[in-house]
Design a protein around this ligand. Structure first.
Ligand SMILES: C[S@@+](CC[C@H](N)C(=O)[O-])C[C@H]1O[C@@H](n2cnc3c(N)ncnc32)[C@H](O)[C@@H]1O
Length: 279
């Protein structure tokens, strides 16, 4: 397996036992997905399902007739389903799927040996040429769960943030991710981007703040440029509302208040962007 795929698998192996500490985050994610269901006979697609510690599959299956779980790491999803004892015929594992289509190319690079312009060009054109994800246009809700930060981190670990074309590749991967997420949904359905913004490593007060204090705390961190590269939620919202390719496809773009995701050794501020696909 290529380097980035291996890294994701080893991280999933480390957090596999995190069911209990994920409880509050799982409730937020599950409530949000259920709140965006438009009917009781719809289907759900989750990108970045991983260990499924952030999904209450039984609650979701009370509303969604079928759930597709997509991840580069098939083992994480398999073991997540087993742990929840979920009904297998209502779930499809789409494992080994790289949602960017270019992780294998980036895995060849290291920040110490800069990728050439030709390599970055080839990576960008492959990312732009990638076909829609399986099941495109059929789901009533499609969600990306704390995946975008991993896609961007993959660029930091391979191309490196000092590379002159880092921002260009980040912008391309981020926009293509949003495009593919929206593509998955039927007209009138909902695209949900759940995303981690900053961690307790640089905002230690995440450990002690109340839910009421969080919007202010996270807002201050963002205004001080203290957030993960490419993950400013206000910029993501603006992209969905104004980008010439994305904006015509969505309406009713909303940004939630942040909540805290306890991953064990570290806490993350997470928020959700939701948008309806235009009919
Ligand atoms: C932070 S985890 C999400 C948490 C996960 N839902 C859970 O409950 O454990 C991000 C997930 O994205 C997956 N991932 C990272 N890069 C990916 C890619 N290029 N394509 C598909 N999945 C990817 C990882 O394997 C991981 O399972």
């Amino acid at each position: 397996m290529q380097r980035i795929g291996q890294l994701q698998s080893s991280r999933n192996a480390e957090t596999r036992g995190g069911w209990s500490c994920f409880a509050s985050h799982r409730q937020h994610v599950t409530d949000l997905l259920l709140g965006n269901a438009t009917a009781t006979d719809g289907t759900l697609c989750v990108l970045g399902a991983g260990n499924c510690n952030d999904l209450s599959l039984s609650r979701l299956l009370d509303t969604f007739t079928h759930i597709d779980l997509v991840d580069i790491d098939v083992e994480a999803v398999r073991s997540g389903i087993v742990r929840q004892n979920a009904t297998p015929d209502k779930l499809t594992i789409r494992g080994g799927v790289d949602v960017t289509g270019v992780t294998h190319l980036m895995s060849e690079w290291t920040p110490e040996v800069p990728a050439t312009d030709g390599q970055v060009d080839a990576c960008i054109s492959s990312a732009l040429r990638l076909d829609s994800l399986p099941g495109a246009g059929t789901y009533s809700v499609a969600a990306s769960v704390c995946l975008l930060s991993q896609l961007i981190e993959s660029i930091s670990l391979t191309l490196g943030e000092q590379h002159p074309r880092f921002l260009e590749l980040l912008t391309c991967v981020r926009r293509e991710h949003l495009r593919r997420l929206i593509d998955l949904v039927v007209p009138g359905g909902a695209a949900v981007l759940i995303t981690d913004v900053v961690s307790s490593l640089t905002v230690p007060a995440l450990a002690t703040s109340s839910a009421a204090e969080l919007p202010m705390l996270v807002g201050r961190a963002i205004s001080e440029r203290n957030f993960f590269s490419g993950m400013n939620p206000f910029v993501l919202k603006h992209l969905l509302e104004t980008d010439e390719m994305l904006a015509p496809q969505v309406t009713d773009v909303r940004l939630s208040n942040p909540w805290v995701w306890d991953l064990g050794p570290r806490l993350y501020a997470v928020c959700a962007l939701t948008a309806k696909r235009v009919s």
